[in-house]
Design a protein around this ligand. Structure first.
Ligand code: ADP
Length: 288
């Protein structure tokens, strides 16, 4: 009987081992499938602007003399726009793959007000051109957050860029930052020596733009997803929000949105307040 129990125990252990291996393989297969899907999407997305550029250049080369001056200019302009689109795509793909492969980012005290200010300075002209009011409402004496400045700058850039892109003239884009307290039930996932960090800064980017249909609200964070009827009129790669989600994940937080079609959209997320004590334990301030 003892022998039988021992054999059974060994058998159970082996089964557990096999189950774990199967799980690992499944995860690996899923990852590989996601990777090939991504590569196939990227190739498809790159091919379109490349094809357009080649067509316009070939036409100019073969029939340039027969075309009028204005048409030649238009063709060159289109080829130039397509080159910009290609550049944006390549940059976004590189950003995303760097985010996915680079496991360690240096986290430090980040002045959110400074990052927002820098973002808005870059967009002020664009907003003026489009007739959109671009406003910041930052709580005075906002404490620094724990994060990576460059990554957060990219989040603000992508979200404010989208807000301006999907809002019409006469609209308004507001970026807010304010302190919220940590409650016991809503503890931060980011911990120092197993103690949850106190306090968070909430960031909101609101627009009075076209809004997002509930059926698309989760999908827009997927790679290359763009709401169908807007694709042809507005430039973009469909990767901006995947990058945002990835970066906010790295900050141990998540992005949320509230939106109503025809009324506007607010994207929001929280960032943990920086505490000087963290510097004594640097291993806790890098993100996987
Ligand atoms: P891109 O802006 O390059 O198309 P994103 O990943 O940044 O790609 O966004 C995906 C899609 O989500 C956009 O194409 C658009 O349809 C929708 N979207 C994003 N931000 C907004 C917004 N502020 N208002 C309305 N729609 C938005």
């Amino acid at each position: 009987r003892i022998l039988l129990t021992t054999v059974l125990d060994q058998y159970r252990e082996s089964l557990k081992g096999i189950a774990m291996t199967v799980q690992d393989i499944t995860r690996e297969v899923e990852l590989n499938e996601a990777k090939s899907q991504f590569i196939s999407n990227v190739s498809h997305e790159l091919r379109t602007p490349l094809f357009n550029i080649k067509t316009y250049i070939e036409t100019l080369h073969d029939y340039g003399a027969e075309l009028g001056e204005q048409q030649r200019r238009e063709f060159l302009q289109t080829a130039n726009n397509e080159t910009d689109r290609l550049t944006r795509l390549v940059n976004d793909v590189l950003d995303l793959s760097r985010l996915e492969s680079c496991r360690i980012y240096h986290f430090d005290a980040v002045d959110v007000a400074q990052a927002i200010d820098q973002t808005l300075r870059n967009y002020q002209l664009n907003a003026k051109d489009k007739g959109i009011e671009l406003i910041q409402e930052i709580e005075p004496k906002l404490p620094p957050v724990l994060g990576n400045y460059d990554l957060l700058l990219q989040v603000f850039t992508n979200l404010v860029g989208n807000a301006l892109k999907f809002t019409n003239a006469g609209g308004k884009v507001v970026i807010r930052a304010y302190l919220i307290e940590n409650t016991k039930t809503k503890q931060s996932l980011l911990r120092l020596n197993s103690q949850p960090l106190a306090g968070k800064v909430r960031i909101e980017i609101s627009d009075t733009g076209m809004g997002i249909d509930p059926e698309h609200q989760e999908k827009i964070f997927g790679r290359f997803f763009r709401v169908e009827n807007r694709v042809h009129t507005l430039e973009g790669t469909g990767l901006g929000l995947s990058i945002v989600r990835n970066i906010i994940d790295k900050h141990h937080s998540s992005v949320h949105l509230v939106s109503e079609v025809g009324v506007g959209t607010t994207f929001w997320f929280d960032l943990a307040v920086f505490q000087a004590a963290i510097l004594e334990n640097p291993s806790s301030v890098t993100a996987a």
